[in-house]
Ligand binder design. Structure first.
Ligand SMILES: C[S@@+](CC[C@H](N)C(=O)[O-])C[C@H]1O[C@@H](n2cnc3c(N)ncnc32)[C@H](O)[C@@H]1O
Length: 367
């Protein structure tokens, strides 16, 4: 019998299959990687790799419905191609069919545990982020799901770590907390995550802890250490100048926050209040120097913070409304999407619609 070790985990198809499984990509996607790995069929050594590297490390309680769907498809696929199915896979599938003891307590609990693996371009290292997220996109005012813009924002941060290292970073509408975990990874001096929804904040804190970060609730804790992230309830509608006064970020971030026209005047007011506060900010141009307009933006923003917003433009009228509000607030919005090269750290994540995401830089106009 071929050993799983025959398949080097660092080989691209193997790495992609395992990463796609851990991210709970749709079963068909994981199975297509498995087929690719076996040279067209899901051989015994591929099955053993799936068993050892994926299934046996999974958590039936937090990943049960996914495991059940995945194994059903996998076993069907193997059987219909005439291959033998490993006993372990049959046995595990059978255990998925038995209701869990505390299933009653789990009614309505629609959270899943996903691991997002950022694979560095040299292929030799990766950052694994564990996230409890909801299958219901609307849970927690949409903040309990992982939205594609936060994946792109994370790739942006990991592509230009020197932009964020030693900077005080403040995020609006942080959702599951992925961006904050990446900011902490690139050694931002302070990470402040905010959201207007309480259940989202509670889930965000669970995620920070899952990734060995501790959370601080309030704002003026100067004793924050590098594993500590501040989580603050900040509904844009009620955030006053006073509430915002205690934050002096160098960089403000937001992923997928431009979608609800009724919130936009409040969001722009919050961004504007944070961006207009002067401080001794100087942005390094590392990695972004290829574009002259960015250099100009960086100099103009020298005394002010800068914001980066990643967004899918689902409705052009809503986005144009955001631009009009920003202009009225004397903010300059520059589209960086075509002028910077954000590395692809998530090549295995086929359900991630990367080309539809744009990234903008926002700063205060001097004129
Ligand atoms: C589409 S989700 C994006 C979440 C996360 N940034 C991501 O990309 O995965 C929008 C986030 O903004 C938050 N949000 C929406 N309206 C808000 C408001 N008026 N004040 C504060 N947060 C708000 C939601 O709670 C949610 O976490």
């Amino acid at each position: 019998m071929a050993a799983a070790e025959e398949l080097a985990v660092s080989d691209r198809p193997c790495l992609h299959m395992i990463s796609a499984f851990l991210a709970l990509e749709p079963p068909d996607i994981v199975i297509s990687y498995a087929r690719e790995l076996g040279g067209g069929s899901i051989t015994e050594s591929v099955q053993r790799c799936i068993w050892l590297r994926c299934i046996s490390k999974a958590d039936l309680k937090l990943q049960g419905p996914f495991l059940k769907r995945f194994l059903k498809k996998l076993i069907n696929e193997i059987e219909s191609s005439g291959e033998m199915v490993l006993d372990e896979l049959y046995e595990y599938y059978a255990s998925c069919l038995v209701p869990l003891k505390d299933d009653g307590a789990n009614v309505g609990n629609s959270k899943l545990l996903k691991t997002i693996s950022f694979i560095f371009p040299n292929g030799s290292s990766k950052l694994e982020v564990r996230l409890r997220s909801s299958v219901n996109m609307l849970e927690g005012d949409t903040g309990c799901s992982i939205w594609p813009s936060s994946l792109f924002m994370s790739e942006f941060i990991l592509s230009f770590p020197e932009l964020f290292a030693n900077k005080c970073c403040f995020e609006v509408g942080s959702g599951v907390g992925l961006v904050g975990i990446c900011l902490s990874y690139v050694k931002a001096s302070k990470v402040i995550l905010t959201d207007g929804d309480f259940s989202t904040l509670a889930n965000m804190k669970v995620n920070l802890e899952l990734n060995n970060l501790t959370t601080a609730n309030h704002t003026l804790d100067s004793r924050l250490h590098d594993k500590m992230v501040q989580c603050v309830c900040l509904p844009w509608e009620s955030a006053s100048e006073d509430d915002l006064h205690c934050f002096t970020p160098d960089i403000i971030l937001g992923a997928d926050v431009i979608y609800d026209p009724s919130c936009l005047p409040h969001l722009v007011r919050v961004l504007s209040a944070l961006l207009k506060r002067k401080h001794s900010y100087h942005e390094p141009s590392a990695g972004l120097e290829s574009d002259a307009s960015l250099e100009k933006g960086a100099r103009e923003g020298e005394q002010h913070p800068v914001a980066y917003i990643a967004s899918v433009i689902r409705n052009i009228d809503t986005f144009n409304y955001f631009l009009a509000l920003a202009e009225k607030a004397n903010l300059v919005v520059t589209d960086l999407t075509e002028v910077i090269k954000v590395s692809d750290f998530l090549p295995y994540l086929r359900s991630y619609d990367r080309p539809n995401i744009k990234i903008f830089r926002i700063y205060v106009s001097m004129f």
